[in-house]
Design a binder for this molecule. Structure first.
Ligand SMILES: *[C@@H]1O[C@H](CO)[C@@H](O)[C@H](O)[C@H]1NC(C)=O
Ligand SMILES: *[C@@H]1O[C@H](CO)[C@@H](O)[C@H](O)[C@H]1NC(C)=O
Ligand SMILES: *[C@@H]1O[C@H](CO)[C@@H](O)[C@H](O)[C@H]1NC(C)=O
Ligand SMILES: *[C@@H]1O[C@H](CO)[C@@H](O)[C@H](O)[C@H]1NC(C)=O
Ligand SMILES: *[C@@H]1O[C@H](CO)[C@@H](O)[C@H](O)[C@H]1NC(C)=O
Ligand SMILES: *[C@@H]1O[C@H](CO)[C@@H](O)[C@H](O)[C@H]1NC(C)=O
Ligand SMILES: *[C@@H]1O[C@H](CO)[C@@H](O)[C@H](O)[C@H]1NC(C)=O
Ligand SMILES: *[C@@H]1O[C@H](CO)[C@@H](O)[C@H](O)[C@H]1NC(C)=O
Ligand SMILES: *[C@@H]1O[C@H](CO)[C@@H](O)[C@H](O)[C@H]1NC(C)=O
Ligand SMILES: *[C@@H]1O[C@H](CO)[C@@H](O)[C@H](O)[C@H]1NC(C)=O
Ligand SMILES: *[C@@H]1O[C@H](CO)[C@@H](O)[C@H](O)[C@H]1NC(C)=O
Ligand SMILES: *[C@@H]1O[C@H](CO)[C@@H](O)[C@H](O)[C@H]1NC(C)=O
Length: 462
């Protein structure tokens, strides 16, 4: 019998000869090709805050420092040279091959770091992959089947979380292989969650800064070959973020563009949840900013998620707490469209989590606090006391002034702006940082803001 697929194939290849076909057999098997081993890893058994002795090494990795900040310069000499008119402007190096591009001259890719920038960035991404591997396993091991079912997550959903953990094994292996022998290894961790709902919200926010942290540096890497592989890992991570939003009953992707952030913001948001690392762990160069606490952080587990006060489990990620939600305030078990926030492919919310013009109350920590693995990093800022809130989402950084600044607290107003017409810029899981200056920055030079950043947090705007 000739299958339809075979008939089509012989037509499209224009062959007149009748191919030899037979019923495909399912009994053949081929020996698997050589499979590269994964990086050794274990299920971390200890969790919780660091209680060991004071660290012997403190502070970020550093060496000679040439200047307090990078000076702004005009565009590069060739920035406006290319006419961008749809015509070809140079001979083709080969048929169908336009001239230009990076890593396109035939030199063999070697997938190695080329600079400190590359190493430190990819090492940061590796710290992130390791925490995800542990976090996904930890949740499955910590909460019971009943706990998951109560939050609307089935055996199939739990298998998906387990699968995500396995993906992390692959990502950690890939990045470790590219970094070499001193690649950072697994640590032990401390998660600010006490039930499944809080856990899913934490996973959702953690994968968001993991994703955004890589987007922020990916185009700046010297090693384009490394960037290629990292890109192909981080797009998987982006899918995880979206799935955790679905598990949380949030609209899966309200934004039109995914945001990127500087490495130091990603490290700032990650480090508080690492309790300790092995003695010879490779350290990182990145800054730890003080925490921003969003006092009325929208709570996705509430029917009216914007009607909240002090309902997070801490600063930095500002993940949700369910502690004060009464039965009739929870959106979890509702069957009403617009109220129901049980896991789903897509959910509408009649009461938005946030809206332009919303008054947002903020509190921030002072620098100089020990944080991260073995409490061995110290929070720092080089900014003057904060004057602005910077809303960092999609392609935009928008500043709103801080009002009624008193000690370490103030309020500000959620801005009203669209990235492009029809796309409210502030939506989804975004970054909110306090600054002493409303410096104009765009996605490719966002890091220039760092000398002016006082505190870093995440805002659940939708
Ligand atoms: C080809 O490009 C690489 C960078 O991707 C560069 O290091 C190398 O020198 C180039 N080789 C030639 C022959 O131009
Ligand atoms: C880690 O725990 C998960 C379940 O939570 C289990 O499926 C997996 O096999 C464990 N991995 C190792 C390396 O022990
Ligand atoms: C939701 O329903 C499940 C199953 O009926 C129940 O176990 C759980 O306690 C309910 N949760 C809330 C917040 O009402
Ligand atoms: C830490 O020690 C282990 C075991 O001796 C070694 O395999 C690893 O390369 C060391 N890591 C660093 C960063 O030196
Ligand atoms: C961090 O603490 C752990 C547990 O107390 C210890 O084994 C490890 O050596 C410490 N790491 C460093 C870098 O001091
Ligand atoms: C939701 O809470 C806000 C306060 O944050 C309030 O203004 C609004 O009226 C509430 N909406 C409903 C439907 O209760
Ligand atoms: C928020 O709650 C925590 C503990 O639940 C408390 O220590 C803190 O003072 C509260 N902050 C404000 C501003 O209400
Ligand atoms: C969901 O929300 C959108 C936008 O607010 C609205 O157009 C649509 O009708 C809503 N769908 C349902 C089923 O509520
Ligand atoms: C965010 O996007 C969702 C889905 O399009 C929409 O229903 C909601 O109103 C938006 N929220 C804000 C603050 O713009
Ligand atoms: C922050 O870092 C700068 C530059 O390294 C240093 O001069 C300052 O003392 C640090 N501040 C705190 C509070 O640690
Ligand atoms: C937001 O970003 C877009 C795209 O870069 C830009 O055109 C727009 O002016 C920005 N909007 C604001 C309010 O900064
Ligand atoms: C960042 O880039 C934008 C152009 O995209 C430029 O207008 C702005 O001045 C730059 N900011 C800094 C601090 O260099």
């Amino acid at each position: 019998m000739i299958s339809v697929g075979t008939a089509l194939l012989s037509l499209t290849t224009g062959s007149l000869a009748v191919p030899v076909v037979s019923e495909p057999s399912t009994t053949f098997s081929t020996a698997p090709a050589v499979t590269p081993p994964v990086r050794p890893h274990t299920n971390v058994t200890e969790h919780g805050p660091y209680t060991g002795p004071p660290p012997t090494t403190t502070g970020a990795l550093t060496t000679d420092v040439l200047a307090p900040s990078i000076a702004a310069l005009p565009p590069g000499p060739d920035a406006f040279k290319y006419p961008s008119d749809g015509k070809l402007h140079a001979p083709l190096p080969a048929p169908y091959t336009p001239s230009g591009g990076l890593g396109t001259n035939g030199s063999v890719p070697v997938y190695r770091m080329l600079t400190d920038f590359d190493y430190e960035s990819v090492a940061l991404a590796l710290y992130q992959e390791w925490i995800e591997l542990d976090l996904f396993h930890w949740g499955l091991a910590t909460f019971s089947v009943e706990d998951f079912e109560e939050a609307g997550l089935t055996a199939e959903d739990r298998f998906l979380i387990e699968h995500m953990a396995n993906q992390e094994v692959g990502h950690a292996t890939l990045l470790s292989n590219m970094l070499g022998a001193e690649a950072p290894v697994q640590c032990s961790y401390n998660y600010p969650v006490s039930n499944v709902r809080e856990y899913i919200d934490f996973c959702q926010k953690l994968t968001r800064y993991g994703e955004a942290g890589v987007y922020g540096f990916l185009p700046h890497l010297n090693a384009r070959d490394v960037a290629q592989l990292l890109l192909q890992s981080i797009t998987t991570e982006a899918r995880q973020q979206l799935i955790f939003r679905q598990f949380e009953g949030l609209f899966p992707m309200p934004e039109w563009f995914e945001v990127g952030i500087p490495q130091s913001w990603a490290w700032t948001l990650l480090a508080p949840y690492i309790s300790s690392c092995p003695a010879n762990q490779t350290r990182l160069v990145w800054q730890n900013f003080p925490a921003l606490h969003i006092l009325n952080q929208p709570n996705p587990a509430r029917i009216n998620g914007s009607n909240v006060w002090n309902e997070t489990t801490g600063g930095y990620t500002n993940t949700l707490s369910t502690a004060d939600i009464k039965e009739d305030e929870s959106c979890l078990n509702s069957t009403e469209v617009g109220v129901n926030c049980s896991p789903g492919i897509s959910r509408n919310r009649t009461n938005p989590l946030s809206y332009p013009g919303r008054q947002v109350f903020l509190q921030w920590d002072e620098p100089g606090q020990p944080i991260g693995p073995n409490n061995s990093y110290i929070t720092n800022t080089t900014a003057n006391p904060p004057m602005f809130a910077a809303w960092v989402s999609q392609l935009n950084v928008t500043y709103t002034p801080l009002e009624e600044i008193k000690d370490n607290s103030a309020w500000t107003v959620q801005p009203n702006m669209e990235t492009f017409a029809g796309d409210p810029a502030v939506n989804g899981t975004i970054f909110l940082v306090l600054t002493d200056l409303d410096l104009y920055v765009t996605p490719f030079n966002l890091t220039m803001l760092n000398p002016h950043v006082y505190a870093v947090g995440m805002y659940q705007s939708g």
